[in-house]
Design a binder for this molecule. Structure first.
Ligand code: NAP
Length: 235
C-alpha cells in the first residue's frame, strides 16, 4: 500500500504519519514538508520537500509516484505571524485572502489534477482533504473569519466537484472532506482559550478518527463531508 500525506509536517499531518507508520507496517508512507523536515524516521517513511501550492512541485511528485492508494492533504492556514482571521469585513485584506486560498484551496486542486492517474485502480483508493466545519455554508451561524471560511467553502466545492467527475472516471476512488474539530496544533493556539472543556483534541486522537473514518468508507461514499466523530456535515 502507498500512502501519501501532504502537509506531513503540520500538527495533524505528523500525527497521521506516526499513526499510519505503526498501524500499517507494510505500507510505504510518503510524507511532505515545506519548511522543516520532521524528526520522524523509519525505513518505510519517505520525506519529500514540497510546496503544495506550486504546480511544478506537485507535478514532479506525481511523476515519482505512479500508484497511490491513499492521498491525504493536511495542509492549511488560519493565521500568519502578523494576521489573525478577520472579525469583521472591515479587516478584510486582499493579500491575506489570497494566502488563505493558496494554502487552503489550491493544493487540493493541484493534487487532484496530478494524482488522478495514480488514484485510478481496481481496488478502493482515497483522496481526502482536511477541511473545516466553518467552510459549510449551511452550518454558518456566526459569521467572521471570512477569508478562512471562504477558502474552506471553496475547498468543499472543489472536493464535491472532483467527486462527481471521478464517479465515472475513477469509480473506485472515495473523495472525502474531513473536519478534525479543534485540535491542539500551532493553527489553533491563538483560539484555544475559548474552546469548551473536552473539545480541544490531541492531534493523535484526530489522526485515529480520520483513519477510522477512512476504514469505514468505500467508493460509494465518495463526495461526503465528515466530522471527527464520523457524523456527516451538510455542505
Ligand atoms: N487545528 C485545528 O483546530 C483545525 C480545525 C479545523 C480544521 N483544521 C484543518 O486541518 C488541517 C491541518 O491543520 P493543523 O492543525 O495540522 O495545522 P498546522 O499544524 O498549522 O499545519 C499546517 C501545515 O500546512 C503546511 N502548509 C501550508 N501551506 C502549504 C503549502 N503551500 N505547501 C505545503 N505545506 C503547506 C504547513 O507547512 P509549513 O509548516 O512548512 O508552513 C503546516 O505544516 C488544515 O487544513 C486546517 O485548516 C485544523
Amino acid at each position: 500500500m502507498i500512502i501519501l500525506i501532504v502537509g506531513g509536517s503540520g500538527g495533524i499531518g505528523q500525527a497521521l504519519v506516526k499513526r499510519f507508520a505503526s498501524e500499517q507496517p507494510k505500507a510505504q508512507i510518503y510524507a511532505t514538508y515545506r519548511t522543516t523536515k520532521p524528526n520522524i524516521e523509519s525505513s518505510h517513511i519517505h520525506w519529500v520537500e514540497l510546496d503544495a501550492s506550486r504546480e511544478e512541485d506537485v507535478r514532479a511528485l506525481a511523476k515519482q509516484l505512479p500508484n497511490v492508494d491513499m492521498l491525504i492533504n493536511a495542509t492549511g492556514l488560519l493565521h500568519t505571524p502578523d494576521k489573525l482571521p478577520e472579525k469583521s469585513i472591515q479587516e478584510f485584506d486582499p493579500d491575506f485572502f489570497n494566502e488563505n486560498l493558496k494554502a487552503n484551496t489550491l493544493p487540493t486542486l493541484l493534487l487532484a489534477k496530478h494524482f488522478a492517474k495514480a488514484l485510478k485502480a481496481k481496488q478502493t483508493t482515497y483522496f481526502v482533504a482536511l477541511s473545516a466545519r466553518i467552510g459549510s455554508i449551511s452550518d454558518n451561524q456566526l459569521g467572521g473569519w471570512i477569508s478562512y471560511r471562504s477558502a474552506k467553502a471553496a475547498l468543499n466545492m472543489a472536493l464535491k466537484t472532483i467527486s462527481i467527475e471521478w464517479r465515472y472516471k475513477l469509480p473506485n476512488c472515495c473523495v472525502l472532506a474531513f473536519h478534525p474539530g479543534t485540535t491542539d496544533t500551532a493553527l489553533s493556539v491563538p483560539f484555544q482559550k475559548n474552546v469548551p472543556p473536552g473539545k480541544l483534541f490531541t492531534a493523535d486522537f484526530v489522526a485515529q478518527s480520520l483513519i477510522d473514518l477512512i476504514q469505514s468508507k468505500q467508493a460509494s461514499d465518495s463526495g461526503g463531508f465528515y466530522s471527527y466523530d464520523g457524523s456527516a456535515i451538510t455542505w
